[in-house]
Design a protein around this ligand. Structure first.
Ligand SMILES: [Fe+2]
Length: 382
């Protein structure tokens, strides 16, 4: 997705006979948008498509009915109230969704015992807490707090934890991409981009050994347990532009204006119908009468989710690290009473937060309503 890479052994010409240790290896073309977009070609010692059995396991246990909240209100979801239990894949709970994107939260305490694959979506996971690694056939990416981890749709993988985690999972039902304004027409990240190619950490080659040949696949919200005839991590090499990566949020280099710039200046990733923005510590607006706090606004084309990570959230009171707020279209939103005025004359902010703006309305799941802070909507009353 970022740029082209090659690891291990690959033939000079794709789709030609290639032998390693005297034995033909098998191509596995991992493509996006049919065959029209980025792809990687994986070279396996044994055919990767020999699935010997499949067992339907029903709906993912973290799915729940989702609704437009009534009455229209600002929602505060206290994700720290979710139990610290299960694995990153099966223990996650969906909190909000529309047809473009879904937001899940996981507080896993265990590593995944088998391989998993999400055939429904690309995954962009923000690691709020936890350390460990994600094993994939292309190699392993290590993660720590405040990393974004990207796992391509349908790629077999496994979350291995060194300590319990707290994860914000953004399921992108289209290909996650770098905003096009950050690319030169030739594809390189331009010198105006708020990050560089060097900030994206690719998987470390070679891959670890897979934990077995069983894989849970999520497709259409339902799980299937597949048995594979061969080790899916048996690669001799790969090349291409579709690979899992880690991007530390601290690598996002923020912009500040003389007067307040719109929040989209913090855009980090995008997909069809949404953008993901990173709010990182920064100096704030420097006009002598600047109001650095975000201005109240009505953006009737967007619903806005904020995930609070760390620091003093200049515009919000009563939210904790790990809180999610959702401010829906239809009613104006803005800072809490007193915070707008108090920001005048401030020079910097230490806030760390992730924002998801969606262009279609978000439905709130019953999982989220169970851990909603009922006082939040009226906390603007002075
Ligand atoms: Fe906003």
């Amino acid at each position: 997705m970022i740029h082209w890479l090659q690891r291990g052994q690959v033939p000079d010409v794709p789709h030609t006979a290639f032998e390693v240790d005297g034995k033909l290896v098998y191509e596995h073309c991992f493509t996006r948008a049919g065959f029209e977009s980025v792809y990687s070609i994986l070279y396996h010692r044994d055919p990767p498509h020999w699935i010997t059995s499949g067992e339907g396991l029903g709906r993912h246990p973290g799915l729940a009915a989702a609704h437009r909240v009534d009455p229209l209100r600002r929602v505060h979801i206290e994700t720290g109230k979710l139990g610290q239990t299960g694995t990153a894949f099966l223990g996650r709970r969906m909190v909000a969704e529309n047809s473009d994107v879904a937001v899940w939260v996981a507080r896993p305490s265990e590593s995944e015992p088998t391989l998993v694959a999400n055939a429904d979506a690309d995954e962009l996971v923000f690691v709020h807490r936890g350390r460990g690694r994600v094993e994939t056939p292309l190699g392993t990416v290590g993660f720590q707090p405040h990393d974004y981890v990207y796992v391509p749709q349908a790629m077999p993988h496994r979350w291995v934890l060194d300590e319990p985690g707290h994860l914000l999972i953004i399921e992108s039902r289209s290909s996650l991409r770098i905003p096009k304004q950050y690319r030169a027409p030739e594809g390189q990240l331009s010198m105006y981009a708020p990050f560089s190619h060097r900030d994206f950490r690719p998987p470390e080659w070679p891959p670890s050994k897979a934990p077995g040949q069983r894989m849970l696949v999520l497709s259409g919200g339902s799980l299937t347990a597949c048995e594979l005839a061969h080790d899916p991590f048996d690669l001799v090499g790969w090349s291409g532009q579709l690979w899992p990566f880690v991007f530390p949020i601290s690598s996002f280099r923020p912009r500040t204006g003389q007067i307040h710039l719109p929040p989209t200046i913090h855009t980090t990733f995008a997909g069809n119908g949404y953008v993901v923005c990173s709010f990182v510590p920064r100096v704030v607006d420097f006009h002598e009468r600047a109001i650095p706090c975000p201005y109240p606004h009505s953006s009737p084309d967007c619903d806005e989710i904020l995930f609070y990570v760390e620091g003093n959230f200049t515009s919000r009171k009563g939210v904790d690290a790990g809180s999610i707020t959702l401010h829906p279209r239809g009613v104006p939103h803005g800072p809490h009473p007193g915070t707008y005025e108090a920001s005048i004359g401030s020079q910097k902010t230490d806030e760390l937060a992730v924002m998801l703006d969606t262009f279609k309305p978000l439905l709130i799941s019953e999982n989220a309503l169970e851990i909603e802070d009922a006082e939040y909507n009226l906390s603007w009353v002075r």
